[in-house]
Design a protein around this ligand. Structure first.
Ligand SMILES: NC(=O)c1ccc[n+]([C@@H]2O[C@H](COP(=O)([O-])OP(=O)(O)OC[C@H]3O[C@@H](n4cnc5c(N)ncnc54)[C@H](OP(=O)(O)O)[C@@H]3O)[C@@H](O)[C@H]2O)c1
Length: 341
């Protein structure tokens, strides 16, 4: 039986999305240590926009997009013992990164980047490259977890050692930041969040943010963060902006605090600011690249315990994938954008 897959096709400057038929499901040829998954939903990340618009010069011609997806196992390779048909699973962003520490070889094993991603009806993955999804989530909700949620979890809980009662600053209301807000609130932390949009700030308040700041109206937003923290600053910054926001983030963090350096929403260049405040304030600056499989498993247990439900802004159908990319790229979303397969 033939199935369908979206692929990136080079148009010289960037990439178009093309729907491509794949001749048949390789059910009889599943490698011994792999499982065949019927993909039920995928979620987009800003990284998919980076690839699509060729913002980082990455060669993805012919590649299936999307690191994040969830579905059910339909068949298992001969050596697979821990999974069976019908199991509900999500793929891991890095197929080979099982536990800390990180190794550079994992860069060659990222779904939707070097490897074909989840925006297709079926995918074959190693049995060690998937995790069981939380039982309270449907496929669309679970599809949002592999990159955005794990990045927020790994940043705050694992690398940041987040403790109840601490103060967390989230930048913007995209996928990573809203997961960070939800995780921090579930751990009884105070969350301050920024956005360019007043309505989105209202929605963030409904999710438990205690203070909100419009970064478009107040470009020097660190002064407001300091005001809301009695001039002490926050314990953790979820830094998704990069060079254009790092200065304000450094001015927002408390002495001895932590910045999780995650994103590049303001580009890949160098920050036009001195890094001296990091030293002067004894700040930890952690470079983050998603997270390992064992943290994904721990995060899912936490989400199940806390009954955390991902915030999905909009769900598209598979033929509408280019519209979903356009929508995420517009920045109008709050939380996650999903494509049902
Ligand atoms: N290192 C990693 O492991 C890792 C993992 C995941 C993501 N990332 C990176 O993290 C960033 C966020 O990813 P995402 O998938 O969560 O993106 P996303 O869902 O597309 O979120 C984009 C949102 O970020 C906000 N934003 C844009 N420019 C901003 C600025 N200058 N200051 C503050 N907020 C700004 C906007 O929110 P408002 O509309 O509310 O203003 C925008 O809607 C991206 O750069 C992505 O590449 C890195």
């Amino acid at each position: 039986m033939a199935y369908q897959s979206w692929v990136f096709r080079s148009n010289q400057a960037s990439y178009d999305l093309k729907l491509k038929p794949v001749p048949d499901i390789p059910e009889s040829r599943i490698p011994p240590d792999c499982v065949l998954i019927r993909v039920r939903a995928i979620a987009l990340n800003y990284r998919d926009i980076i690839a699509w618009k060729n913002l980082a010069g990455r060669h993805v011609d012919g590649r299936v997009p999307a690191s994040d997806g969830a579905g059910e196992i339909v068949a298992c390779g001969a050596n697979v013992r821990q999974w069976k048909a019908g199991d509900r699973v999500a793929g891991c962003f890095f197929q080979t990164w099982q536990t800390e520490p990180f190794e550079m070889r994992h860069h060659k094993n990222d779904l939707g980047g070097t490897l074909n991603g989840m925006l297709q009806e079926f995918i074959c993955l190693p049995e060690t490259g998937i995790v069981r999804i939380p039982s309270h989530l449907d496929f669309e909700q679970a599809a949002t977890l592999p990159c955005a949620a794990l990045t927020a979890w790994y940043s705050l809980v694992c690398r940041g050692n987040l403790q109840s009662g601490q103060k967390v600053l989230c930048l913007g209301t995209g996928g990573v930041s809203i997961f960070a807000l939800q995780i921090a609130r579930a751990m009884d932390c105070e969350v301050i969040i920024t956005s360019s949009d007043t309505d989105k700030l209202q929605r963030a308040k409904q999710l438990g943010a205690i203070h909100t700041i419009n970064y478009r109206e107040l470009p020097q937003w660190s002064s407001e963060v300091m005001r809301h923290t009695d001039e002490r600053g926050v314990d953790h910054v979820v830094e998704v902006g990069g060079p254009g926001t790092l200065e304000q983030s450094m001015k927002s963090v408390a002495a001895g605090g932590h910045i999780a350096l995650i994103g590049v929403l303001t580009g890949f260049g160098a920050p036009a600011t001195s890094l001296f405040p990091l030293l002067a304030r004894n700040i930890r600056l952690n470079g983050i690249y998603v997270g390992p499989r064992d943290q994904f498993v721990q995060m899912n247990a936490f989400m199940e315990r806390e009954q955390l439900v991902p915030v999905i802004d909009r769900v598209y159908e598979m033929p509408e994938a280019p519209d979903a990319f356009e929508y995420l790229s517009s920045g109008k979303h709050f939380g996650k954008v999903v494509i049902r397969i």
